[in-house]
Design a protein around this ligand. Structure first.
Ligand code: CO
Length: 216
């Protein structure tokens, strides 16, 4: 099985080199991605592939259920490097419908260590109790929590010292909230795009309000 992977890799490398003989050479010199992607670790949501970006074009951080925790040194280090060194212009927090992490959080599943991580999503659920209680169908409710989770994680990104400092020095930087449909391979913009500290709150309220009464 693993030999197959190595064989596929050799073919891919040959194919890329045929298309562009300088491709790998250029990448050894530098990476200059314009985007940081914060997404779910789910194997069905491969970051580069779904936005058709090549190696070198997307800086990626993925974890279970695309959660941005203020004290997560791993995520903060990625964010710091992306904003201060690579100077990405856009940070995309991308969730997906049918997220197993979000479902487990909703069902209050007892899975072990990960329950502590998923607790952050339960906090989102609790915060939006009103908005969540409108949805009776459990699948639709899980989808809404996936959307709310993205919106809340955009807020968490925007509130980090890293992003706040970037805005303070007028570094152009936008944080976006998107959600991906496993069933159709399409991304949806949750209208949660924040480009300044002042706009965070009004945009957040609009994005949350837009979910209320929405059918899909
Ligand atoms: Co997921």
């Amino acid at each position: 099985m693993l030999t197959e992977l190595l064989e596929k890799n050799r073919k891919w490398s040959m194919h890329m080199t045929e298309l562009d003989p300088e491709f790998f050479l250029r990448l050894t010199r530098q990476q200059a991605p314009e985007f940081l992607w914060i997404g779910c670790a789910d194997s069905r949501v491969p970051a580069n592939e779904i936005v058709s970006l090549l190696p070198g074009e997307l800086f990626v951080h993925r974890n279970v259920a695309n959660v941005v925790v203020h004290t997560d040194l791993n995520c903060l280090s990625v964010l710091h490097f992306a904003v201060e060194v690579l100077k990405v212009k856009h940070i995309i927090v991308c969730g997906h419908y049918g997220c197993g992490g979000v479902k487990a959080a909703m069902e209050n599943a007892k899975l072990g260590l990960i329950d502590n991580w998923l607790r952050h999503i339960q906090d989102v659920h609790h915060k939006h109790h009103q908005c969540m209680s409108e949805v009776e169908d459990s699948e639709l409710a899980a989808n809404r929590l996936c959307e709310l989770n993205v919106i809340e994680q955009v807020v968490n990104v925007a509130q980090t010292t890293i992003v706040q400092d970037a805005w303070n020095r007028d570094q152009g930087l936008s944080v976006h909230g998107w959600i991906y449909g496993l069933h159709d391979g399409l991304l949806r913009d949750l209208r949660m795009t924040v480009s300044s500290a002042e706009s965070l709150e009004p945009i957040y309220h609009e994005a949350v309000a837009a979910l209320v009464g929405k059918e899909d």
